[in-house]
Design a protein around this ligand. Structure first.
Ligand SMILES: C[S@@+](CC[C@H](N)C(=O)[O-])C[C@H]1O[C@@H](n2cnc3c(N)ncnc32)[C@H](O)[C@@H]1O
Length: 209
């Protein structure tokens, strides 16, 4: 038995809504790239541990991670999630209804950097931010979400190990280059205290100072 299966078997108990998302993505020909179930559980716990009330997510897909995040919120909490593709957003909204969470989530459809710029202009602030969209724009997204943060805001970024590709210096494709860059930003940014956790595909976690 591998390490991940061992952890999942002991600690993760997906309900029917979460368990159905993978097969629905497959049947619709959409990519099967939701966070793995153990990362989903960890997201729920992190939101609960921080007592966050306003969540911002970048990269919704079918809403798996959104549901996990919202399940960590108190009753009066809210999540804004940003998704480029209307067909992904539509499926996510269906899953939010199935989970009974439709009133706790606002789905913004459009390019994340434009949507984030609008939120910055509106002077919105969030206390928990999860980045899980196109990796090449991670450095831009990090700069933008810092502007949407307050002291104590937690920023979490998925895929910072990129299946090990970030460790291979000869891999000079745009995604690993951008992920290496954002990981250095995370590690050395004067307004962040950060760590890279070897959970799932590598979770960057930062607290805004
Ligand atoms: C890895 S998936 C998100 C998975 C989701 N967080 C989950 O775990 O259930 C990445 C998503 O980001 C979206 N995306 C890609 N580029 C984007 C952009 N420029 N702006 C907003 N969303 C984008 C994709 O359409 C895709 O649905």
């Amino acid at each position: 038995m591998d390490q991940t299966k061992y952890i999942r078997d002991l600690f993760v108990n997906e309900d029917d809504v979460l368990a159905s998302i993978g097969s629905r993505l497959t049947s619709l020909g959409m990519p099967l790239i939701s966070v793995p179930s153990e990362v989903g559980k960890w997201l729920t716990m992190m939101v609960r541990m921080t007592g966050a009330k306003k969540i911002l997510e970048v990269g919704t897909l079918a809403g798996y991670s959104t549901i996990c995040l919202v399940r960590g919120l108190n009753k009066d909490g809210h999540c804004t999630t940003i998704e480029l593709k209307e067909e992904h957003a539509k499926l996510a909204r269906y899953h939010f209804e199935e989970a009974g969470l439709q009133d706790c989530v606002t789905t913004l459809v459009g390019d994340a950097s434009l949507q984030l710029a609008k939120l910055i202009q509106e002077e919105k602030k969030f206390d928990f931010i999860f980045l899980d969209a196109d990796k090449v724009n991670y450095p831009t997204y990090l700069e933008q979400v810092i502007q949407l943060s307050l002291p104590g805001t937690v920023i979490v970024m998925d895929n910072l190990l990129l299946g090990g590709r970030v460790l291979d210096g000869e891999d000079q494709h745009p995604a690993p280059i951008a992920v290496r860059k954002v990981t250095k930003m995370l590690a050395s940014h004067s307004h962040l205290e950060s760590m890279l956790l070897p959970v799932g595909d590598g979770l960057g976690v930062a607290i805004v100072q």
